[in-house]
Design a protein around this ligand. Structure first.
Ligand SMILES: Cc1cc2nc3c(=O)[nH]c(=O)nc-3n(C[C@H](O)[C@H](O)[C@H](O)COP(=O)(O)OP(=O)(O)OC[C@H]3O[C@@H](n4cnc5c(N)ncnc54)[C@H](O)[C@@H]3O)c2cc1C
Length: 114
């Protein structure tokens, strides 16, 4: 009669990285994914970030008509990405529409109707 001896093998296997799924690549989702990735670099975290969107572009319904200092995350992003910020405010209070490259509409003497 043969007696088999069981030997428990020990293999060092690195634990799988945490996987984070972000649903939606709008301002909220893409921002979350970006800052998690930054934290991953800075803290040497073992995480994978995957971002999913039903559309094939990033940005969601992001609009940008109000860009003020109070919007701290937006200004922080301009610094993080090294973007130039152009001050479009004027002393005469014209209203302007900026298409991302140039001013496409200027309406002078904008006053609320009485
Ligand atoms: C014309 C306009 C001007 C604006 N101007 C300003 C401004 O000047 N300043 C300001 O701070 N805010 C402004 N906003 C508001 C700002 O754009 C929104 O608050 C912001 O975009 C919301 O971001 P979000 O990521 O929450 O949502 P969304 O941008 O709506 O992103 C949601 C994402 O999720 C995806 N998604 C939805 N359902 C699913 C699904 N089932 N599976 C996978 N993906 C899915 C969508 O495709 C989208 O990409 C403006 C908005 C508009 C429309």
């Amino acid at each position: 009669m043969v007696q088999a001896t069981q030997v428990q093998l020990q293999v060092d296997v690195a634990p799988p990285p945490l996987r984070i799924a972000v649903i939606g690549a709008g301002a909220g989702g893409s921002s979350a994914a970006f800052w998690i990735s930054k934290a991953k670099e800075r803290q040497d975290m073992k995480v994978e970030v995957h971002i999913f969107d039903k559309n094939d572009y990033v940005g969601g319904k992001l609009g940008g008509s109000v860009f003020v200092r109070a919007n701290k995350n937006m200004f922080r992003a301009t610094e993080e990405f090294g973007l130039n910020v152009t001050d479009l405010s004027r002393e005469d209070d014209d209203m302007t529409v900026w298409d991302g490259d140039q001013v496409i509409l200027t309406v002078s003497d904008c006053q609320p109707e009485p």
